[in-house]
Design a protein around this ligand. Sequence first.
Ligand code: GUN
Length: 295
Amino acid sequence: MSAKIISGTEIAQQIREEIKKEVEQLKKKHGLTPGLVTIIVGKNPASVSYVTAKQKTAKELGFYSVQEDLPEDVKEEALLGLIDRFNKDNTIHGILVQLPLPGHINETKILYAISPDKDVDGFHPVNVGKLMIGEARFYPCTPYGIQQLLIRSGVRIDGAEVVIVGRSNIVGKPTAMILCQKAEGANATVTICHTGTKDLAFHTKRADILIVAAGRPKAITADMVKDGAVVIDVGVNRIGMTPEGKAKLCGDVDFDYVKEKAAAITPVPGGIGPMTITMLMLNTVKAAKVAANLV
Ligand code: GUN
């Protein structure tokens, strides 16, 4: 039997409707407009497309949104200066610096410079630490999107064997931290696999919920998946161009074959991507409410 396709596009749309209503209320009742700035350095096509989508969504939901495009060779001090300006700007509640940054800029230094209160990506070490001890202020957007997609699709996380492929700071590690917490929508047994894992298939075949953020197209084949598993594909690999000149994407999971084995699976595109952007909006609303002492 073919798997249920979990539509991130549909679930993200539901959440966006909820956010839009909340933003209207915040404006009407409190004169508060959530403000988001996205900062991009250079013209990496994937980064440009992500940031464009984030800006478009912010505007659609009624946010005040600012886009800062910096040249590839911008000096680290200039970027730090810009972040400092937005840290002090009361109309801005969320600051997002799109990663990766060019090699001459120290990424860690930049992430440290963003005020933890405005760190809607959840990448500042203070927020990473808070997540680790179950006191998170902002969940990083992709892991948060994964959790919400599972919850809103009716997948039981409590007690599940979750196997994550990939140990990045953006996806693998924070997803593990969120799903292993003793909390609603979590409480799973989590295994993180990575390039040093000796027998990857041994682990992936044990997974009730398999989350793949490996960065390699079709890295997970059908023989590596348990019958009836829920498969979340975080991969976004550009594998050419469509005749219309758009990037052709595929995930890290061999979708056509794995969907014949899994109980449920996310597609690429239309799976985790729209959820990540939506969670950024949710975090920005939260940052605005915290700044206005409304939570
Ligand atoms: N690059 C890839 N994913 C992300 C993300 O979630 N946030 C930022 N800032 N950069 C990214």
